[in-house]
Design a protein around this ligand. Structure first.
Ligand code: G6P
Length: 370
């Protein structure tokens, strides 16, 4: 059947709005809040390999790589196992050291990205076990993996990935939680909290869509003529800053850089002047105070501060020129919320600048040649 925009002006907007449903679909049947139970059958299939693995390597490209970076933080925190995140195009050519003790997680929306596929084939030949986190059922990566878990986001048509990204994050969260449960590296109480927080996400994303849209549109109009944008975040919000910058570049053609908030002192801060919008991903977490001081550094140099914060954050209201609010969540889960306003911001900037947001120039939905 034809895939339609069902009343939305663009596939990208439709896909952003589908996220309360697609996020639910990615954990449906895999999460039992009452029993604090997790089911990920693909993971059971490689249980022995995983429990024995001294490290996990995540291989991906583009937006999927950002999901992988967040998973590095999550898995190391919850499962106490070493995680490396690799760009498939680099991993494939740099003669990496791999053996049968390695478990590789491949993250790919299409399951057809050439660099990712070949990187995995090479690793498999060297004995590694491949776990695929893929959206397209029956795709090449899904078929070559030893085990895996589909993301269940449904077909994604917009070239810039949105709902596939949040679905990848959900599955990677489930992976981390389940592995932590198997290894006993997180307390039952902590797991229970995280399961509940994950379960609340669809409703919380809906809240953002219902309550922040006009605010985000206004911010998009205000900053649409900027030449550059900076996106900053620390900890779990750093991968989200990278993803925010990538989205904006892809569909507005405005140059944008994502950076770890503290690392900006070592370069990007030189760009800050009264014209530069700086988006802080600053939801509540243990780094929050540090992020605030990074905001002050930008403000002292007259940068235009835009802050994505948790509900009830008065500090940000005082500091930032514009504030976007997301519901409160656990720090391990809130990246799933923080990315949604950034998707919308780039969408509306792209619309203001009359970019073909569903099919931006020079980009392909799936890069099947290297
Ligand atoms: C292309 C797409 C991106 C995607 C990347 C990786 O660049 O435009 O949206 O993140 O490929 O694709 P994959 O299908 O492997 O996730």
């Amino acid at each position: 059947a034809a895939i339609e925009k069902s009343g939305y002006e663009h596939f990208m907007l439709k896909e952003i709005f589908e996220q309360p449903q697609t996020i639910f679909d990615s954990f449906r049947g895999r999460l039992d809040v009452e029993q604090a139970m997790l089911t990920l059958s693909g993971l059971d299939a490689i249980k022995d390999k995983l429990l024995a693995a001294r490290r996990i390597i995540i291989v991906a490209c583009g937006t999927s790589w950002h999901a992988g970076l967040l998973a590095e933080y999550l898995i190391e925190e919850l499962c106490r196992v070493n995680v490396e995140v690799e760009y498939a195009s680099e991993f494939r050519y740099r003669n990496p050291i791999i053996d049968e003790n390695d478990v590789i997680i491949a993250v790919s929306q299409s399951g057809e990205t050439a660099d990712t596929l070949v990187a995995l084939e090479n690793a498999k030949k060297q004995g590694a076990t491949i776990f695929g986190i893929v959206n397209v059922v029956g795709s090449s990566i899904a078929r070559m993996a030893d085990a895996g878990a589909y993301t269940h986001a449904g077909p994604e048509i917009g070239v810039a990935s949105t709902k596939a990204f949040t679905a990848q994050l959900v599955v990677l969260e489930l992976f981390a939680l389940k592995l932590a449960q198997m290894k006993g590296t997180a307390s039952p109480e902590r797991l229970r909290q995280l399961i509940a927080a994950l379960h609340a996400v669809p409703e919380q994303v809906q809240w953002i869509l219902d309550n922040q849209l006009d605010n985000i549109k206004r911010i998009a109009t205000k900053y649409k003529d900027a030449r550059d944008f900076l996106f900053l975040g620390r900890g779990y919000n750093f991968p989200i800053a990278l993803e925010g910058a990538l989205k904006l570049k892809e569909i507005s053609y405005i140059h944008a850089e994502g950076y770890p908030a503290a690392e900006m002192k070592h370069g990007p801060i030189a760009l800050v002047d009264e014209h530069l919008p700086v988006v802080f991903v600053a939801t509540q977490d243990p780094f929050y105070e540090k992020v605030v001081s990074n905001m002050q550094e930008i403000k002292a140099r007259k940068g235009r501060l835009i802050a994505v914060v948790s509900e009830g954050d008065e500090m940000a209201e005082q500091l930032a020129e514009d504030v976007i609010t997301v519901p409160k969540s656990d720090e391990l889960i809130s990246p799933l919320l923080a990315v949604v306003p950034l998707q919308l911001l780039s969408y509306y900037v792209g619309i203001e600048l009359q970019v073909d947001v569903d099919k931006p120039r020079n980009l392909a939905k799936s890069v099947t040649v290297e």
